[in-house]
Design a protein around this ligand. Structure first.
Ligand code: PGA
Length: 266
């Protein structure tokens, strides 16, 4: 079973439309020199107001645009209705998205998202034919208290509850230790690989070994051009969810380039 690497850029609440367009063009310019086979799956998650701008840039060059997939940073689980401020999976699809990030620690922490909500979102995303990127991760306090594995296993079990094995196999998980997000502190790559192997084992327990071997599990937390090669060399790390370093074409493109140097499909 082979797993194609993913490099996903999470732009968070950054960049106005014209800036988003310039950055997306800078990435498109880089990926155009490589075949889709050579490239990892490249995913960009802009703010909602820039989705149509980047979708236009992605599509205006025929097949080149297909080399970058677009993601929403969040969604609601209902299709439509009286949910002021929310956006549905169908709307994200309509705006050009094929992925949706859910359960990011910033959403859990600042917007009180629960495991149950994340599970509803995962179901809606998969039912709508899109791919969820399900985030999980521990705080520094949890790590120091020795409950990292149990906490993450319980986040994963809750997020995947009620999904079919095929749905799980096609999903993406991002392990993002909260203390490593935006801090410049990366998790030691052997430790990240250990936690990700534990996540894969948890996936197997709730589904099948096929699904566990297929699901792509990323590392996130201060990923930079000079950290990615070592991270990608680990057995269970299938790519990265990149925040800060995805906001500049140079650093994001270098992360893609360094991934191609080491990444053999796993
Ligand atoms: P960071 O963010 O790369 O800036 O640490 C990662 C994330 O939050 O997805």
């Amino acid at each position: 079973m082979s797993r194609k690497p993913i490099i996903a850029g999470n732009w968070k609440m950054n960049l106005l439309k014209s800036q988003a367009k310039d950055l997306f063009e800078g990435i498109k310019d880089f990926v155009k020199d490589y075949s889709a086979q050579e490239l990892p799956t490249v995913v960009i998650a802009p703010v909602f107001t820039s989705l149509s701008v980047v979708d236009t840039v992605a599509c205006n060059c025929g097949c080149e645009g297909n080399k970058i997939s677009i993601a929403g940073q969040n969604c609601h689980w209902e299709n439509s209705g009286a949910f002021t401020g929310e956006v549905s999976v169908e709307m994200l699809k309509d705006a050009g998205c094929s992925y949706v990030i859910i359960g990011h620690s910033e959403r859990r922490q600042y917007f009180s998202e629960t495991d149950e909500m994340i599970n509803k979102k995962a179901k809606a995303i998969l039912a709508g034919g899109l791919t969820p990127i399900i985030c999980c991760g521990e705080t520094l306090e949890q790590r120091e208290a020795g409950v990292t594995d149990s906490h993450i296993a319980s986040q994963i079990r809750a997020a995947l509850e009620g999904l079919t094995n095929d749905q799980i196999a096609s999903s993406v998980i991002a392990y993002e230790p909260i203390w490593a997000i935006g801090t410049g502190k990366t998790c030691d790559s052997d430790e990240a690989n250990r936690v990700i192997s534990m996540i894969r084992k948890t996936v197997e327990e709730v589904s099948s070994s096929d699904a566990a071997n297929s699901i792509r599990i990323l590392y996130g937390g201060s990923v930079k051009p000079n950290t990615i090669a070592e991270q990608m060399s680990k057995s269970d790390i299938d790519g990265a969810l990149v925040g800060g370093a995805s906001l500049k074409a140079d650093s994001f493109n270098e992360i893609i380039a360094n991934t191609m140097k080491v990444a053999i499909a796993k």
